[in-house]
Design a protein around this ligand. Sequence first.
Ligand SMILES: Cc1ncc(COP(=O)(O)O)c(C=O)c1O
Length: 393
Amino acid sequence: MLNLAKKMEHIEHFHVMKVLQRAKQLEKEGRSIIHMEVGEPDFATPEPIIRAANQALAKGMTKYTPAMGIMPLRKKIASFYQSRYGVNISPQRIIITPGATGGLQLVLAALLNSGDEVLLPDPGYPCNRHYVSLFNALPVALNVDADNNFQPTLDSIKQHWSEKTRILMLASPANPTGSILNLDALKEYAQFINLQAEEEHPAAFIVDEIYHGLTYGAKTDTALSLENHQNLFVINSFSKYFGMTGWRLGWVVAPERYMEALDRLAQNIFLCAPTPSQYAAIAAFDRESIDIMEQRKAAFQKRRDFLLPALKELGFKIPATPDGAFYLYANSQTFSNNSMKLASEILEKTGVAITPGQDFGSNEPDKHVRFAYTTGLNQLEDVVNRLKKYLAP
Ligand SMILES: Cc1ncc(COP(=O)(O)O)c(C=O)c1O
């Protein structure tokens, strides 16, 4: 029998998939299920993007593109940074990837040596620590909590920094907490990393901005507005704000001097991002598409503003208001010290599917659950009524 590679021991299933499976089974049995477990917008891809895809397909745009992606799309992304954030980015620094997933793996593959350490927040997006393991490097958890708005403090970064630290990896807004890093915090981290570089310990700063565009009130700066940062890699995607999860399209903005290596690696590991998706995404920056996306963002904000106080009233604790993404990461200790069991009972008894904290790391996962408000306001009212009946009868 052929054994799997040793690193496979570190790759875990998403617990949420078990919830999803059970929820689907209950649905088949005729139960009414409200899905709040998967991190995917409920809205369909905006019509102008679909139209552009159909046109591209009709014109036969189905062959490979350059590994960096098509230039018209790279240019659109560059002008988006200019119009939205006032930041000037050369299209030559942008590489189109198969989702943020492709971008994260590309950058990690290019930078990590075996035994390197990568600092990551816990709770955080689960795949990141698995990618790190795939490249035989070590994920090092930075525990974050509501007292620090679920982002690591500079002190904790310093504490966990070692000779082997190669990358600091953060997301803003973050999954599962929806927390945002302001420019001052980004600057503070970047200065620390720059200082390390001066002391002969160069490291990279990866900022995942996949939930940009979905922020509610708080000013959101891209890390690309940081001046003079040497080793900054920004990851983004068409999945969330642009509503294109299944099109598998994202991008990386990297320092110019790494582009040749990233091109070489992309040619070898994925050849190119899906061609019809790339042509479709050009239309994502048209006024008509942006208007649709902004309406959707407003709908997400209404949902958050309804659900946040309602969950608190039920007894969930959410002390740091999440300013972005579409998640509420709630402390569920009022009801149970076993969030896996709680999520499963809530599903069985109320038909509401949520994600247990276990998916997001080892920092008090038993005490937390994640609600994705990727369902309409009427449904959310229903959720609150169902939970009320079950949790506070
Ligand atoms: C923080 C974060 N990064 C990356 C991804 C992967 O997204 P994509 O669909 O662009 O590959 C997700 C998906 O949920 C995410 O939450």
